[in-house]
Design a protein around this ligand. Sequence first.
Ligand code: ZN
Length: 281
Amino acid sequence: MSVRSACLALALAAGAGITAAPPASAAQSAAADTRVVFPASVQQGAMVIGRVPPGSRVTHAGRTLRVTGYGSVVFGVARDQAGPVEVRVQRPDGRVETVAVRVDARDWPVERVGGLPPKTVSPPKAVAERIAREQARVAEARTRDEARAGFAEHFTWPVEGRISGRFGNHRVYNGTPGAPHSGMDIAAATGTPVRAPASGIVSFADDLYLTGGTVVLDHGHGVSSNFLHLSRMDVEPGTEVRQGEVIGAVGATGRATGPHLHWGMNWFDVRIDPLLVLERR
Ligand SMILES: [Zn+2]
């Protein structure tokens, strides 16, 4: 399938830091370049990669999407998205096409998390400001829109282990309802190396009150991963990371009941489900 090979070719080119040249098969796939291709349906929390004629202007959810030289675009579907989402594609020749992608609803079970240090569930007033300040810094890191194509790689697990918490589940902390779980928890021992699930550039790395050792990896086009509760961080902002490279180690820092990796993903401020990204292909 030409869409897949195009994505991978560009990803490899970006990873190697070279300018993407037209592939040898460009002539063969020229006909396909005029098509607009999006999945007919996705699940809540999905990362959606589509294909448009290169040079198109693509808008979705009030944003103009960055388009790769091969015509790949990406956006995320929120956990609570009800009903279809629309993508507007203006081709280089000016013709406009509007594509609707159906969104299938999911069930969100309740997860009860007990035994947390009370100060992390209801932080004392003195640290509330610190938490807000730290979360604003992480939010800022997620506003980037870089021309890199790590998002199009075939994502791999950052650590191997049992899934101990799923994306989107309702969370009750020490009996108090909290926000839905923003990522996926993978059980692993403290010190287990955490590997980049796809290439990117580190946009944030610091030790935070709620999330402990926190690394954000920018995969391009607004797609980012965050890795929380790390016992060790081996990267700093600006570090270029390739898929599979070690970025830190599993820990239990911040609000955590025990050692595990929390892996979250975003499309800008929209949280998406890493498990769906792993299962994309
Ligand atoms: Zn978690």
